[in-house]
Design a protein around this ligand. Structure first.
Ligand SMILES: [Zn+2]
Length: 253
């Protein structure tokens, strides 16, 4: 990636400090190396950003080892005897694998490949996909967010269509990151808008936030609902009503 970058002038201490060679980078922990590339590219790396383009082959394994090491330090700080307590022997490694390979994998893995088809039959009817189950986590507490999402698409003759199962894969890719529900639905809307290019796009997400149920107010019935409406869904109240009516019908209400 940066191999085409010119070598820094060895006589300039400043350039040596700013531009590290591949050998220097190789000596750093993987997280530092990846961060160095992100900062160099002026690329945001918030909890809900995908950074796959900056992670090289083998580095997620290194990240897992780093996370496990720091997780072990957290358990130590919690004064848990992970040596004698067989239940927590391998907890640090388990949590590291869970974060990187499962619940936050949408940060480290590239966008799933999705084939788009031209709208040859010129479909222009409202199409609803869902409910698609959502498994995410909140950025504030790293507690689970479990819920469902519905997507309404009003295509035009220039729209690209994607297979129904691909909607679920895109939802999963965006949700398997530490998220905030409002930002998650906006990210999902942006991704679908760009790919499908419909006349109208509507997304509704309803989810239980475990940080409300497990801690804090301990309200076991609290669910949060968010929606994003774009294009025709904003302009046309009938279309909006049709979407919401079909959605509650699908929901068995
Ligand atoms: Zn939270």
């Amino acid at each position: 990636m940066s191999s085409s970058r010119p070598d820094p002038d060895p006589t300039s201490p400043k350039s040596l400090a700013l531009i590290r060679s591949e050998d220097d980078l190789a000596r750093l922990p993987a997280s530092e190396r990846i961060r160095y590339r992100l900062v160099g590219a002026d690329c945001r790396y918030h909890a809900n950003d995908n950074i796959a383009a900056f992670v090289r082959p083998g580095e997620t394994e290194e990240l897992k080892a780093e996370v496990a090491q720091h997780m072990q330090a957290v358990l130590k700080a919690l004064v848990i005897d992970t040596e004698s307590d067989h239940n927590t022997n391998e907890t640090a490694q388990r949590v590291a694998r869970m974060f990187i390979d499962e619940v936050f994998r949408g940060r480290y893995q590239p966008m799933p490949s999705v084939t788009e088809f031209p709208n040859v039959s010129r479909l222009n009817e409202l199409m609803i996909v869902g409910p698609i189950s959502v498994r995410s986590a909140c950025s504030h507490h790293m507690c689970p967010i479990l819920g469902r999402v519905w997507i309404g698409v009003l295509p035009n003759e220039h729209s690209n269509l994607i297979g129904l199962s691909k909607y679920a894969r895109i939802v999963d890719w965006i949700m398997t990151r530490p998220q905030i529900q409002e930002e998650a639905v906006t990210m999902l809307a942006n991704e679908l808008q760009e790919r499908v290019k419909p006349d109208g796009l509507a997304i509704v997400m309803e989810a239980d936030h475990f940080c409300m149920q497990w801690r804090g107010v301990k309200d076991l019935d609290s669910a949060m609902t968010n929606s994003v409406m774009r294009g025709e869904f904003l302009k046309n109240a009938n279309l909006r009503r049709e979407f919401l009516a079909l959605l509650s019908k699908k929901n068995g209400a």
